[in-house]
Design a protein around this ligand. Structure first.
Ligand code: DUC
Ligand code: ZN
Ligand code: ZN
Length: 471
């Protein structure tokens, strides 16, 4: 037989084109695209379906150490399984350096967690929490050479945040080695100050999570991160942007000539601070940072997706079980918002939400949907054209979408480790009915058909944003 598999009669959608064609797959890669193909025993009938590059979620936390007695709800098996249910074929998970550890040690730990356990392909960004001279001078350059080409730094959380001088040093090390830095922008000192005020006033409920992390704290840190990157003269990614003021900082930096990529997430389109303001501790389900804002901020984020302020739409999947002493409602978390672990699940719902609310409602077109959810992630994080497109030679990572399938989101269909979805009850139109990784079916009609270990670790090239700059 000429091909191992043919995807027949579908409508191919890439970041640039929409057209009717068949796809031939050989050895896990796309080997032919033509009006009509024959020559395989295995034919997938895609009549009435869109055939898109599989989703790439470049912002996912799995099995990350989360402090005293708190355990993340997903390991690599459940996290990648749920990602596949939601039409993803690759994720970039964070590998967190614990203070005092080398980056290499942290990677060894994460590889031990992930290798052999994933349903879809996985790469790692490092989180740098301890930027010692040897980490920045020796480890970081060696890791970039080995395919770990992006790093996240935090401006918030007492035990994770870097000071400005440390951020400058990290950005400088990245510039010299051609790595890309992602920044979590919130002003920790301002947040501490506000937490103190709330506690003095006896305000401990989940809604205080939002009021202690106001837009001004995010805007200020965004401005500072952009300024530090401008001083070092290196590109950065501003992750999980929640509001217009932070967007304006990004736009102003671009006008000044900076290379900046903006990312937003479903929670900033679909949730508001009112979701945190609920009885019976229910608000804990929506505690994430930055917090969801208001309707005006939701509109701003949609505007940013439409106008190109954002190039990335990621989930920031960071799941903690709700009704669990190791999760949201841990002993201390029941008493005060400051002990509710920050983060919400979303790796399975990212694509259906953007498809339904964005494409079906006419806010973005199909090609922009693919760019925001797959192609741009592959290009920015050094995986293109192996990933993120439908082209001869690319990995056959595909999501087949039924644009007319109506689904009510409930946690049980997502097959994740978390015991809730923040989007429970949301009705969406359009669903990824078949997820294919390197030619092989991993999920079909909501059923897992693959097995853990089908997913592989993915070393990456340097970012398209930095590869022209570093010598
Ligand atoms: N930042 C993230 O990127 N994810 C979850 C929590 C956080 O603060
Ligand atoms: Zn963050
Ligand atoms: Zn995150």
């Amino acid at each position: 037989m000429q091909f191992d598999r043919i995807i027949k009669n579908g409508t191919i959608v890439t970041a640039s084109d929409t057209y009717r064609a068949d796809i031939g797959i050989t050895d896990g890669r796309i080997s032919a695209i033509a009006a009509s193909l024959d020559g395989a025993d295995d034919i997938v009938d895609a009549t009435g379906l869109y055939v898109m590059p599989g989703g790439i979620d470049s912002h996912v936390h799995i099995d990350q150490p989360s402090g005293d007695g708190i355990v993340m709800a997903d390991n690599f098996e459940t996290g990648t399984r749920s990602a596949a249910i939601g039409g993803n074929t690759s994720i970039l998970a964070f590998c967190m350096q614990e203070k005092g550890d080398s980056l290499r040690h942290s990677l060894d730990v994460y590889h031990a967690k992930a290798d052999g356990n994933c349903h879809i392909d996985v790469a790692f960004h490092m989180i740098v929490t301890d930027p010692t001279p040897s980490v920045l001078g020796q480890e970081l350059p060696a890791l970039v050479e080995d395919g770990y080409t992006s790093f996240k730094v935090f401006m918030t959380y007492e035990n994770l945040r870097l000071r400005d001088d440390e951020i400058l040093d990290t950005l400088d090390a990245a510039r010299r080695t051609g790595a890309l830095v992602l920044v979590h922008c919130e002003n920790e000192d301002a947040i501490r100050f506000l937490i103190g005020q709330h506690e003095e006033a006896g305000e401990f409920s989940a809604k205080s999570h939002a009021t202690t992390r106001p837009i001004a704290a995010e805007r200020e840190a965004t401005h500072r991160a952009l300024s530090l990157a401008e001083i070092v003269d290196t590109p950065i990614v501003i992750v999980h942007v929640s509001n217009r003021q932070a967007m304006e900082e990004i736009e102003r930096a671009r006008v000044r000539g900076s290379k900046v990529v903006g990312e937003t997430c479903p929670q900033y389109l679909m949730l508001t601070a009112d979701d945190l303001d609920q009885d019976e501790l229910e608000g804990a389900k929506f505690v994430c940072s930055p917090p969801p804002r208001d309707k005006e901020s939701q509109d701003a984020c949609w505007d940013g997706l439409e106008r190109g302020v954002f190039d990335l739409f990621s989930s920031d999947h960071c799941p903690f079980r709700f009704n669990d002493p190791e999760g949201k409602l841990n002993e201390k978390g029941k008493k005060s918002f400051r002990w509710i672990p920050n983060g919400i699940p979303g790796v399975a719902t990212r694509l259906p939400i953007l498809f339904s609310e964005g494409v079906q409602k006419g806010r973005i077109d199909l090609n922009r949907f693919v760019a925001l959810t797959s192609t741009n992630h592959a290009k920015l994080y050094g995986m293109y054209p192996q990933k993120g497109t439908i082209a001869i030679g690319s990995d056959a990572d595909l999501a087949l979408w039924d644009p007319n399938k109506n689904v009510t989101i409930t946690n049980d269909i997502l097959q994740q480790g978390c015991d809730y979805s923040p989007y429970e009850g949301l009705e969406v139109k359009g669903w990824p009915v078949h997820t294919i990784v390197r030619g092989k079916t991993v999920v079909k009609d909501g059923e897992v058909r693959g097995k853990k270990g089908d997913g592989k670790y993915l070393p990456r090239q340097k970012s398209n944003l930095v590869s022209n700059m570093a010598g």
